[in-house]
Design a binder for this molecule. Structure first.
Ligand code: HAM
Length: 418
């Protein structure tokens, strides 16, 4: 039994170097790509009034009923750590009266109380985009292909894109009624949760992972069979947009997604390499959500991608690259002053530099450089100082070369390229 004081809470993770750096690189790739598509960053609080999630993610959704970290603050307010990004973004868009159309992206931590396993954590990170005020099905196609472009940029090749449409306010009631009838006839086969879902939100049964429920809905009427002409046409144009981009996708009639705000297009990215938690990301259209938050009638569509799952699906980096960091190694107090000056000079020129002030011996300083994964060491001895040269050591190959003092920065740049 580990000492609880020394272990992190269940379902949380530490990102230590170099994983922290790898994560920042993935986040950086996402930011650049999102900005390329005209999205701008939005940063919202990590906790919101609980009602924000209840009325958007849905009071019958798993995220709200089972997974939400909700609490009362000292003044008795009902608050919850955010379990997903869309509700807070829409709340902020309405509260700050952002001008439409408006494209936003976000990167940050989210919290869900679920059983931890590979790819599923209680604190995890998402990157996401929301396009508000865009009704065209071509936006749907662009948002879907944005996700694919992101995975592709990271070398993730085994990702399947699933697409569906769950209809709108016009066509959903008819589907809901036949689905309810269908499920009532098979009530005994359903788990306790799904029996409740029949009345509260029968569509949720499609999401259930329990085997008997999965079998029960095998031949259930699907939302796509009940789409109104406008929703059919919308879906058709989304698919044309995807085809035009040469994007491969699979229709999945059961893809209803676990959140209540969706209408029409839903989609998910599935990776074969992830095991049970195989969804890399997903999203959909939510044309009623802004209005539900008290804003004007505004369409919206977005997606969110799990950062940890993305990192699990990424190919291993071949040779973990040494950082472009140099240690300035000194022999005695006399050279320490010169070492300090050189470190200042190198940093000013954009070269990360460190000095080991504690290790008295050169060997110890080299050891520190190695522990820090430094690419090289610049050695300053009395002899070198007198002759106006430094000795530059490559920490990977062990090679050492003498470099005139005034060209040391260039020599480092040439040898340790990014
Ligand atoms: P979601 O499908 O609930 O959608 O989450 C998106 C992604 O977050 C998942 O596909 C998965 O990669 C990751 N994820 C979810 N839960 C966990 C967990 N416990 N541990 C690790 N990763 C997890 C949404 O959140 C919607 N807000 C997406 C959206 C944006 N729809 C419209 N706009």
């Amino acid at each position: 039994m580990p000492d609880l004081k020394q272990s992190r809470p269940k379902g949380t993770q530490d990102f230590v170097p170099p994983d922290s750096e790898r994560r920042r690189r993935v986040e950086g790739a996402f930011r650049s790509l999102a900005e390329c598509y005209g999205y701008r960053e939005i940063i919202t609080p990590t906790f919101e009034h609980t009602a924000v999630f209840v009325k958007s993610s849905g009071e019958a959704s798993d995220v709200v009923t089972k997974e939400m970290y909700s609490f009362k603050d000292r003044a008795g307010r009902d608050l919850a750590l955010r379990a997903e990004g869309t509700p807070g973004v829409v709340r902020a868009v309405v509260e700050n009266r952002l001008r439409m159309p408006c494209r936003l992206y976000y990167v940050g931590p989210y919290f869900r109380y679920s059983r931890p396993q590979k790819g599923r954590y209680r604190e995890f990170n998402q990157v996401g985009v929301e396009a508000l005020g865009e009704a065209s099905p071509l936006t749907d196609a662009e948002v879907i292909s944005f996700g694919n472009a992101f995975f592709e940029s990271l070398g993730i090749g085994d990702c399947t894109t699933q697409v569906n449409s769950i209809g709108c306010r016009e066509c959903r009631p008819a589907h809901r009624a036949v689905l309810r009838e269908f499920l009532l006839e098979r009530k005994e086969q359903l788990c306790a949760d799904c029996q409740v879902r029949i009345e509260r939100n029968p569509l949720r049964v499609f999401d259930c992972k329990v085997e008997t429920c999965r079998q029960a809905v095998q031949d259930a009427p699907t939302p796509r069979q009940y789409l109104c002409p406008a929703c059919q046409s919308h879906l058709g144009q989304v698919l044309v947009g995807l085809d035009r981009r040469g994007l491969r996708y699979a229709m999945n009639d059961r893809l209803v997604r676990g959140l209540d705000y969706y209408n029409r297009t839903t989609f998910e990215y599935i990776s074969a390499s992830l095991g049970a938690q195989d969804s890399l990301g997903g999203g959909g259209r939510y044309d009623y959500l802004v209005e539900e938050f008290g804003g004007p009638d505004t369409p919206g569509i977005g997606l969110a991608i799990g950062l940890e799952r993305t990192m699990l699906a990424m190919p291993e980096e071949t040779q973990p690259a040494r950082r472009k960091l140099v240690f300035v190694v000194w022999l005695s107090e006399a050279e320490l002053v010169a070492a300090e000056k050189l470190a200042v000079l190198l940093r000013a020129g954009g070269i990360p530099a460190r000095i080991d002030y504690d290790a008295r011996k050169v060997k110890g300083q080299f050891r520190s450089a190695d522990a820090a994964q430094a690419a090289g060491c610049v050695v300053i001895g009395p002899d070198e100082l007198a002759r106006g040269v430094y000795s530059l050591k490559d920490m990977v190959t062990g090679e050492q070369q003498e470099v005139p003092a005034d060209t040391i920065a260039d020599a480092i740049r040439a040898r340790f390229k990014d």
